[in-house]
Design a protein around this ligand. Structure first.
Ligand SMILES: [Zn+2]
Length: 407
């Protein structure tokens, strides 16, 4: 356990046994020079187990720097596979790893960086059902998730398990980073309620500069090293906010909130809850989650690229479904002959489509939401079904025609 000052008694006891050979002393020589690290600090790092939620934009630089610094064990939680659109910021992966599980791709790269490292892959989606089991064996958690249900889940699990959490978020040219030490406040103290669904865009909707992910992920690695070494100046009770387009950096002081429902004086949350529901999103049943995990494996065979899909335009046996939420988006430009059925409404049509027996092609702006539509249909037993790879973005890029609805 790491206490509120960041001192890890178990880790210190273990690390007494760690001695370094000449190659290791050479590898870490430049950080061994620092009085805050030295041999004792290097032993603490070697005895530490750090869990990354997400092997993406933040997890990439953070895990690379922690692997290089000599942390003993790194755990990676991610159920996604490497996509070409990840590569401009997720620098732990490369072109050769497209299509590979992110945990495996990241493990390979981290082991190349430091062969002495142990990497544990958790190729699953973090849920209320598995969070304690996965997070329980680690000393510190680095959150690089990109959605609010996971952010609240990771926070609550860390509070209930007494684990330090290094949190960060990024969007466009901006980022923020915070450290939550056990007993000193949590993410809910800062943000008691999640934003309304749809009010905060994601990186896949609003964009992100790769180097912003690099800076904020590196900042997480830095703070994690400080926590593991028990350095006082860890970013606890503070949040750093950076606007890297404007070049401005602000530090916000924060404090533990007495009325916090999980770490306050009279907590009302004593166990993990349904975080989709808490964030106002449709509840996902466990069976659906499990089916989604197995469906991940099938994504590759149920996606179609625009150069193939364009030949289906005149095929009367193909039904094109545009699952973007907003009618206006569809009206501004859609694939000729496609029908607009927002993702939130597709349940109403599943039976009819299944009976009709036509090939289904799902479309959205970038091919992500439509991938979920494909998974939903796979669960219902559809087989002749495809996700348009990279969505309308790829369609437009290829110079293919779009129809406009006259308002
Ligand atoms: Zn709190």
């Amino acid at each position: 356990m790491i206490d509120r000052n960041g001192v890890n008694s178990r880790m210190t006891a273990q690390s007494v046994l760690t001695t370094f050979d000449d190659q290791q002393l050479d590898r870490y020589s430049r950080q061994l020079l620092l009085p805050e690290i030295g041999i004792a600090g290097q032993q603490q790092l070697a005895g530490a187990k750090v869990l990354f939620i997400g092997a993406g934009g933040l997890g990439s630089p953070a895990s690379l720097y922690l692997a290089a610094s000599g942390v003993g064990v790194i755990g990676l939680v991610d159920s996604d596979r490497v996509d070409r659109s990840n590569l401009h910021r997720q620098i732990v992966h490369d072109d050769a790893s497209i299509g590979m599980p992110k945990t495996r791709s990241a493990k390979q790269r981290l082991m190349q960086m430091n062969p002495e490292l142990q990497v544990q892959e958790h190729e699953v989606m973090l849920t209320s059902a598995n969070a304690f089991e996965i997070m329980g064996e680690y000393d510190l958690v680095i959150n690089g998730s990109d959605n609010f249900p996971t952010r609240y889940l990771v926070n609550d699990a860390c509070v209930l398990l007494g684990k330090p959490l290094v949190d960060a978020s990024i969007l466009k040219w901006e980022g923020s980073v915070s450290v939550f030490m056990p007993g000193q406040g949590c993410y809910r103290c800062l943000y008691p309620q999640p934003p309304k669904p749809g009010t905060v865009p994601s990186c896949s909707e609003a964009g992100i500069v790769g180097a912003v992910a690099g800076i904020m992920g590196s900042y997480q690695a830095l703070e994690a090293i400080k926590v593991l070494l028990g350095i006082d100046s860890v970013l606890s009770n503070k949040t750093i906010m950076m606007n890297l387009l404007a070049g401005s950096i602000h530090t916000i002081k924060r404090s533990k909130r007495a009325s916090c429902p999980i770490c306050g004086t009279e907590p009302t949350i004593h166990e993990l809850i349904d975080y989709e529901q808490f964030c106002g999103l449709p509840k996902r049943e466990d069976t659906e989650l499990q089916a989604e995990d197995s469906a991940t494996l099938q994504d590759m065979s149920h996606s179609v690229q625009v150069d193939v899909a364009q030949h289906w335009l005149d095929d009367t046996n193909t039904r094109w479904i545009d699952v973007r939420e907003e009618e206006e988006e569809y009206a501004r430009g859609h694939i000729p002959g496609s029908r607009h059925v927002p993702y939130s409404e597709i349940n109403d049509y599943l039976d009819a489509w299944l009976q009709e027996g036509k090939r289904l092609v799902f479309i959205c702006q970038i091919g992500k939401r439509s991938k979920f539509a494909v998974r939903k249909c796979l669960i219902e037993g559809y087989t002749d079904i495809y996700n348009l790879d990279d969505g309308l973005l790829a369609w437009e890029n290829a110079g293919l025609p779009l129809s406009v609805t006259q308002q």
